[in-house]
Design a protein around this ligand. Structure first.
Ligand code: NAD
Length: 276
């Protein structure tokens, strides 16, 4: 049986590629022969070089603001110039404020939420995903019509695309109710919107060789305060947050031929949280 997870030679863009999860997606891709392209507003050249050294595959970093159409068009040009192909797009970049260990939480409550922050969060998480899909997905569909080559898009959503944040876990002792931190409204809106974008694009390009799915991960343990971790763990049947590398299998599944008959799906991976 052929290795359904093999990505040899396939070129994969990861937006927000320099971040915590972006690098995990990149390792999963490179470990299976693929070529990760780290796209981020910050420079990720050293990270791309480290991926190549470790896995023995080509890799590339491109500094790009995905909210800017001209920069995304330029990004596609650079990838095609260097590698001559683009097979996978992972829309991973988002503003992901960590309310559990932030001192500056006053903005986060709905009543105070600045409209500038609303626009900024939607620009990265939703408009950025739309622009990358529009520009790179249209290219993928064109290539399919010309050569029959198939491609995939994977949107990184969140368990908070499916359920509302439980604001009780972000509460800090000693603060009055009106000053308690809250997971920002934009996080729910962006992640729910991404699932809608997933279904739209999946059906729009279903006959154009472009599969589009989403994955909705629960929170990753990354040194958050014990009290927060305990409160969150109590909401999760498996009794813990995810380990950093626990989404690699799902990402690999959804971007490889192992999921060749799947499109328009949102795969929730949350230790059972949404089953409760
Ligand atoms: N960390 C978690 O526990 C968790 C859980 C569920 C879902 N997610 C989702 O996973 C994704 C990655 O999260 P993370 O924890 O790695 O976040 P992160 O903050 O570590 O990484 C996000 C990256 O996006 C980049 N970025 C921001 N604006 C950009 C722009 N305009 N153009 C290009 N790049 C831009 C940032 O520079 C950063 O490197 C996010 O969509 C997040 O919502 C994370």
């Amino acid at each position: 049986m052929k290795n359904l997870f093999d990505l040899t030679g396939r070129v994969a863009v990861i937006t927000g590629g320099a971040g915590l999860m972006g690098m995990q997606h990149a390792h999963a891709i490179a470990a299976h022969g693929g070529t990760p392209v780290l796209v981020d507003v910050v420079c990720a050249d050293q990270k791309a070089a480290a991926l190549s050294d470790r896995h023995g595959v080509p890799s590339m970093a491109v500094q790009c603001d995905i909210t800017q159409p001209a920069q995304v068009t330029e990004l596609l040009g650079k990838i095609l110039e260097r590698f001559g192909r683009l097979d996978i797009l992972i829309n991973n970049a988002a503003n992901n404020p960590k309310m559990e260990n932030s001192a500056d939480v006053n903005f986060s409550r709905l009543e105070n939420f600045p409209i500038e922050q609303w626009y900024a969060d939607l620009a990265v998480g939703l408009t950025g995903a739309h622009l990358c899909s529009q520009i790179m997905g249209s290219h993928m569909a064109r290539v399919f019509r010309e050569s029959g080559a198939r491609s995939v898009i994977l949107n990184i959503a969140s368990d908070l695309a499916v359920i509302a944040p439980d604001q009780r876990i972000y509460k800090q002792p000693g603060l009055p109710d009106h000053l308690q931190p809250a997971k920002p409204v934009t996080y729910s809106v962006v992640k729910s919107g991404l699932v809608g974008l997933t279904r739209y694009l999946a059906t729009y390009w279903a006959d154009s060789g472009v599969r589009v799915n989403a994955v909705s991960p629960g929170g990753i343990y990354n040194g958050q305060p014990d009290a927060f971790v305990q409160k969150l763990a109590n909401l999760i049947p498996m009794g813990r947050m995810a380990n950093l590398d626990e989404y690699q299998g799902a990402v690999l599944f959804l971007i490889s031929d192992a999921s060749s008959y799947m499109t328009g799906h949102n795969l929730v991976i949350d230790g059972g949280r949404t089953a409760w």
